[in-house]
Write a protein that binds this ligand. Structure first.
Ligand code: PMV
Length: 352
């Protein structure tokens, strides 16, 4: 597939500007793991956009200065991040012809702990992409809100794939799926709120920080390992197929089927890493202890507490605000928190 250049504009007037934008993180239910050239996902994915975990970014653009990027994270200068952004800006010049024609000072801060392993690349690239679209529209004219978000999602994808889903709230799909009208490999689309049962519109995501600090494998390396994984094609096919039950579940409100599917997706992602060469085990002892306790708790109480995982050891605890949440919260505090490194938990919610 060729990448369509829908951002290309010929007439623009650049000037020094400062723009600020905010973007939340997201957590995938059907996972994206494996990609092709130009950040084309090997399978479609669907995620919840979080409400509280966000990145706030200010971009100061100094027009007609030699191209350079300086970045600050929570007030501290970050050279590695600046290198990453510089490379990213160079890679998107074909879409934003003005992008290398100035100097940047980028100040960014997360509303969640940096070491938590919560996808700061998703909210981070989402916020930067929004800033770039805001600058682009200042230089070459405004488009509709819908068009701006689509362009920001397209640009965010080129920074970090999963970031493209953070531009919309609620449930968001990225990657072509026969089950989702308008879905694309190039940008994310909102999964229609009208097709979602109310029980899935008010959900908690409490992230247990089992292991704080740098992950043992970066997502770039992780995606790359899928290229040689003998099970990869079957996995991509399964993710595509999982959109069929997912769509039905979201409509009907079948919580048990939702739990089974979401946990299966998380465990599959980790299984793929275990079957890679070299192999990686991303879970820690605490991860397994928490999963085992969640399964016991569900067997004993039938309450809807379940988990998903990113490519790391931390556990995203998912549970609806359906009247059962007080008992679940008490259980988390008394039984699960002890498996974190420093009593670390980030409490977020998905409400739409
Ligand atoms: O966007 P990336 O390249 O950091 O990949 C993220 C992949 C997962 O978070 C593990 C799954 C997903 O779909 O978000």
């Amino acid at each position: 597939m060729t990448t369509q250049n829908f951002l290309g504009k010929e007439n623009y007037n650049i000037s020094s500007e400062t723009v600020s934008e905010s973007c939340p993180s997201n957590i995938a239910l059907i996972k994206y793991w494996g990609k092709y050239k130009d950040q084309i996902p090997a399978n479609p994915s669907i995620s919840y956009t979080l409400n509280h975990c966000k990145t706030n970014t200010t971009v100061e653009f100094f027009a007609n200065e030699p191209f350079s990027v300086q970045t600050f994270l929570a007030g501290n200068e970050e050279h590695k991040f600046a290198e990453k952004i510089e490379k990213y800006f160079r890679s998107i010049e074909q879409y934003l012809p003005w992008i290398l024609k100035g100097k940047y000072i980028i100040k960014t801060e997360n509303t969640f702990p940096h070491s938590s392993g919560i996808a700061s690349s998703a909210s981070g690239f989402g916020a930067i992409a929004k800033c770039l679209i805001s600058l682009d529209e200042t230089f070459s004219g405004k488009t509709s809100e819908e068009e701006s978000l689509k362009k920001a999602s397209f640009l965010a994808r080129l920074g970090s794939g999963s970031a493209c889903r953070s531009l919309y709230n609620g449930l968001v799909v990225w990657g072509e799926s026969d089950e989702v009208e308008g879905s694309s490999d190039l940008f994310a689309v909102k999964f229609s709120d009208g097709e979602i049962h109310s029980v899935f519109k008010n959900f908690n995501d409490w992230v247990l920080l089992i292991h704080e600090g740098v992950k043992s494998v970066s997502s770039t390396v992780g995606h790359g390992l899928m290229n040689t994984n003998p099970y990869a094609e079957r996995r991509f096919q399964e993710a595509r197929e999982n959109f069929v039950p997912m769509k039905e579940i979201l409509k009907s409100g079948d919580m048990n089927a939702f739990i089974k599917l979401v946990e299966h997706e998380a465990l599959t992602l980790h299984a793929m890493m275990m079957m890679s060469d070299p192999a990686f085990i991303l879970m820690k002892t605490g991860t397994l202890e928490v999963i085992s306790k969640i399964w016991d708790f569900r067997r004993e109480t039938s309450l809807p507490l379940f988990f998903t995982l990113d490519a790391g050891a931390n556990v995203h605890l998912l549970f609806p605000n359906d009247g059962s949440e007080d008992k679940i919260k008490t259980f988390i505090e008394s039984e699960l928190l002890q498996h974190t490194q420093k009593n670390g938990v980030v409490k977020d919610v998905m409400k739409f």
